[in-house]
Design a protein. Structure first.
Length: 391
């Protein structure tokens, strides 16, 4: 079972890393389109109506529900049979992720100056983009210790759990109780069916789409339906379980199609240096660059000093610092939260995008530089990390 779990995790990390490189390319293409003669064509194409929604809305509301379904599947796998299966394994990534969300949010609120309009964006710099961050690690090859990749993935997955809770609780304006009750009833039926071994993809797929529609009607953001549906998928049976089969089936579509489409549809912002000095983009950029590294690095250092949890074997403090910097790549989830926080306010969304892109770019470059210039620690350095716990 341990070998199967390790194999599944390795495939997940490799898929995320390759998808992250594709996501980086899609973001660059979006920036090129938005700052060239094709800018009007780019925006008009995204705003074109396709049935009840625009192309942009189909990508953000419908396709991203599939992304959140994969997030939910990954969370469930990691909590049951993965790197977060025991409290001992959960402590470090959960504490680091919590600090990595709280400190950026605090910096954002301090810089935004108590403006209630801007205050809605407090969660934007609290997110970490696992695909983008692992894509940067992929560029470093074997210079990165395996334990560091696993810790980064674990922190980002824990961060995703916090982001899902924030989206559900902080960005639900009104609640349609009958639709919400119907969604909960359908979720309960799916969960009971899975528990009794009645799961079948041919029945699950239409039920999940109905769940998406009911959640959409309820006023809670429809992408949460993806996470709820994932929780109902059975995990028994190792690599032949419905959960693992669903994850392996979804991962390529999400990594190589949905996330690049989302990046291309949302990263296109007209670059103006003057606008980056405004309170909103500045608060987001500093939250990502300063807040993430401060929160995560200090949390890991304190956990090590107090003996609460130890860093991975083979990692020096420069590796941990490089990881903390890479966690400042907010991109996908930050862009998604920005569209929720400032819905109906396109000017603020554009400002937020500028701050997200600046903060994510600086975090990526700084993290890459630190890790690129860090040699693997020797035995003495590895032991010194662990000896701190006894001090």
């Amino acid at each position: 079972m341990a070998k199967r779990t390790h194999s599944a995790l390795r495939r997940f990390l490799d898929s995320e890393a390759r998808g992250g490189l594709l996501l980086i390319g899609a973001a660059c293409l979006a920036l090129l389109a938005a700052n060239s003669g094709a800018a009007d064509l780019y925006r008009d194409s995204l705003d074109r109506a396709l049935g009840p929604l625009t192309l942009h809305q189909w990508i953000n509301d419908a396709l991203m529900a599939v992304f959140f379904l994969l997030v939910g599947v990954e969370l469930k796998r990691e909590l049951i049979a993965g790197s977060l299966a025991t409290w001992r394994e959960r402590r470090l990534p959960l504490i680091a992720a919590a600090a990595g969300m709280a400190v950026p949010a605090s910096i954002y609120l301090a810089i935004s100056g108590g403006d209630p309009t801007l205050g809605r964006g407090w969660a934007i710099p609290a997110a970490t983009d696992i695909a983008f961050a692992l894509g940067v690690l992929a560029l470093l090859g074997r210079r990165v210790p395996p334990g560091l990749r696993l810790l980064l993935a674990s922190i980002a997955i824990a961060d995703d759990l916090g982001a899902v809770a924030i989206i559900a609780l902080a960005y639900t304006e009104t609640l349609n109780l009958p639709a919400f009750a119907a969604a909960l009833a359908l979720f309960a039926a799916l969960w009971l069916a899975g528990r009794r071994g009645l799961f079948h993809l041919a029945l699950f797929a239409p039920a999940a789409m109905m769940l998406w529609y009911l959640v959409h009607l309820s006023g809670v953001h429809a992408t949460i339906a993806g996470v709820l549906a994932a929780l109902a998928v059975p995990v028994k049976g190792g690599e032949v379980s419905p959960l693992h089969r669903l994850e392996h089936g979804l991962a390529p579509w999400v990594a190589y199609l949905i996330l690049p489409l989302f990046g291309f549809a949302n990263a296109g912002v007209a670059l103006t240096l003057g606008g980056l000095g405004l309170a909103l983009p500045l608060a987001i950029a500093l939250g990502l660059v300063i807040g993430k590294q401060a929160g995560i690095f200090s949390a890991i250092w304190l956990c090590d000093r107090l003996g609460v949890a130890l860093p991975p074997a083979g990692c020096g403090w420069r590796h941990i610092y490089g990881l903390s910097l890479l966690c400042g790549i907010g991109f996908t989830m930050s862009l998604f939260i920005a569209t929720l926080a400032f819905a109906g306010q396109p000017e603020l969304i554009e400002q937020a995008k500028g701050g997200i892109l600046l903060g994510s770019l600086l975090s990526a470059l700084a993290g890459y530089f630190v890790l690129r210039t860090t040699n693997p620690p020797g035995p003495e350095q590895s032991r010194s990390l662990r000896s701190a716990a006894s001090v």
